[in-house]
Design a binder for this molecule. Structure first.
Ligand code: DAH
Length: 348
């Protein structure tokens, strides 16, 4: 009888232990210590050999019943603990999709790039081509073909960095005029182009001068092009850049490659013409140089100056950007100070 009681008490104490187990590890320990090879259940069954032949089947079936009950209880508890562990994991790993994301710090085009692209867009809309020239240019194209022969006094204002005697860093984008005209077939179509890019001068850097800056050259050649075409075109551009109610003023000037030549002013966009610090109390702001292409410049590029005429202009995007955004030192554009550049972030 003793063995039956041992089995019964083993069953009830183990069921309590199973009931109280809180982890899968604990549960496993219980299983091994009860039903394992060296477990208490196995130990008890070893005592079966001392039983009388009549008792053996009775105790045997009780032992089976105890083992099945414990196995089932262990299985059930195991399943329960696994489900619990899974639910806890799901709860802990929940992603809150409403949390703000990590902000990506996108860069932005340089303010000068933005201004140049704004100008390019206006001319693309007017049917112009954008043509890139060479920053390292021949003296011949930079000066001679623009009507500035070797001893011309106007070369003084455009001293530059020489690579060799005949090669230099271009002082303006005007040589692109000559290079484009000499290749263009005027019997097929008129020429309308702008050419943006970097130019160089041997200037001492100060608030308004930099040894490297930017220009946008413009050139239109066709039959019967006049000053009226020039004025109308620049009006479209300058109103777009500085406001629809800007007025234009052309003042006589001199450039070796245009005749007549003009300086183009706009009515001040800050005070509207009354006079303020931006327009130095004149009501007008000087924006660019322009003119009717000199017949010699046409002829040197193989263009018949009796048949064709054209206008040209040269615009400084650095100056446009300084005026538009109230930047008072051109050197800010070239110093790569992120605090300055970030002020002109394109809104995404
Ligand atoms: N090339 C001139 C300069 O750098 C700017 C200029 C003036 C260009 C008049 C032109 C023009 O095409 O017609 O000072």
């Amino acid at each position: 009888m003793e063995i039956k009681e041992t089995l019964e008490s083993l069953k009830s104490t183990t069921l309590v232990k199973i009931e109280q187990a809180t982890t899968l590890d604990e549960l496993n320990t219980i299983r091994v210590s009860t039903l394992g090879k060296k477990g208490s259940m196995t130990e008890v069954l070893r005592g079966m050999k001392d039983l009388s032949p009549e008792m053996r089947p009775v105790v045997g079936s009780l032992a089976n019943e105890v083992r099945d009950t414990l196995t089932e209880a262990l299985e059930a508890k195991k399943e329960m603990l696994e489900t619990k562990a899974m639910n806890e994991a799901l709860l802990n790993e929940t992603i809150d999709v409403t949390l703000p994301g990590k902000e990506l710090n996108n860069g932005t085009p340089h303010i000068l790039t933005q201004v140049m692209e704004e100008i390019e867009d206006v001319f693309l809309g007017l049917g112009y081509e954008i043509i890139e020239g060479y920053e390292v240019e021949k003296d011949y194209y930079n000066f001679e073909r623009m009507n500035l022969p070797k001893d011309h006094p106007a070369r003084d204002m455009q001293d530059t960095f020489y690579i060799t005697e005949d090669m230099l860093l271009r002082t303006h984008t005007s040589p692109v005029q000559a290079r484009t005209m000499e290749k263009h077939d005027f019997t097929k179509a008129p020429l309308r182009m702008i050419s943006p890019g970097k130019v160089y001068r041997r200037d001492s850097d100060d608030a308004t001068h930099s040894h490297q800056f930017h220009q946008i050259e413009g050139l239109v050649i066709d039959e019967n092009i006049t000053m009226a075409d020039l004025k109308g075109t620049l009006e479209v551009l300058l109103k777009k850049l500085f406001g629809e109610d800007r007025k234009l003023r052309l003042r006589p000037s001199y450039f070796p490659f245009t005749e007549p030549s003009v300086e183009v002013d706009i009515s001040c966009f800050k005070c509207g013409g009354k006079g303020c610090n931006v327009c130095k109390h004149t009501g007008w702001i000087e924006i660019l140089g322009a003119g009717i292409v000199h017949p010699s410049v046409l002829e040197m590029s193989g263009v018949d100056s009796e048949k064709y005429s054209g206008f040209a202009f040269g615009l400084g995007p650095d100056r446009v950007a300084m005026l538009k955004y109230g930047v008072n030192d051109i050197r800010n554009f070239y110093q790569n100070d992120i605090r300055f550049l970030e002020q002109f972030k394109v809104k995404g």
